[in-house]
Design a protein around this ligand. Sequence first.
Ligand SMILES: [Zn+2]
Length: 343
Amino acid sequence: MPFADIIGHEHAKTLLRSAILQNRLAHAYLFHGDDRIGKRLLALRLAQTLLCETVSDGRQPDACGTCRACQQVDARTHPDFLVIEPDQEMANPQIKIESIRDIEHQMIYRPLIGNRKICLIDEADRMTIGAANALLKTLEEPPDHSLFILVSSRPYALPATIRSRCQALRLTAPAQTQVEAAVILKRELPPADAHFLALLSDGQLGRALECDLEQARTTQKEFAAIFSAKGLQSFSTVLAAAEALAKGDRGPEAFDWLLRWLRDILLIAVGAGSDHILNLDQRAGMQALAEHIDIDDLLDLIGDLEKMERQAHRNLNVQIALETILLRVRQLLTPPGTADRSR
Ligand SMILES: [Zn+2]
């Protein structure tokens, strides 16, 4: 897979390509940015581009994606491409000093095939202090043929001494339309589903590509029923829904879907277009609700719900929280006259 295949990150790609062309690549890069936006993928492509055995036309350095070297980088079997990542078996995954020492020895030797030896350190912020200090020594006097690519979504957790030795490239999530285009292309899905997955994944391409569409649509329908006029019809339906969700340990999920639901209504109430509306198929019903809603009350509710979502994983009685919030939603969304509010 070539560089050109990567969605977004135009700035980083241009910068890296021109550095390759002008033969002034740094010895160490730090690719940082939010989770699952393609940082490691970009690092892999850079490694492939540098190790690829197919000669590119010289103007646009790129990987062919099909030669032996490209495949070996993909499979992590290329002798000049080393990967370090935290041990995921551990409760608190870390990169230990032993891994760094091991790499350090290997990086000293000249490359076996290509003219560069590349070390990718994924989730570099998970290095122990000992590991970071060991790496620092190597970064201070890197062998000429070496390239280190550190990847991190928490760069602030890296020692400043390490960061100062790396050229930092901040990567940002691709635009929603780019995520949609990629989902359509790679998953061969219709635009409506791509739109849904892009929004549901909050623009994180990795998640949008992996998300189980059928499951997500089923969950969407399930929550749409709970939040519908019928679902909110009486106290007893609301309380039963809250109880079932709490018992199924689905509090955080419920808060998330409810938030997305309310944000959709807010967007419709303020007359926004469809671009950011997740539950597009519910638009007509939401439109009717939005016409009667008090926007200040809606904003208050969204604010409180966001607070609750942040606390959902600790000491919160999920059932009571869900009951309270769903009853507030009921009060807010049930237009006067359609249901007996006192029931
Ligand atoms: Zn190749």
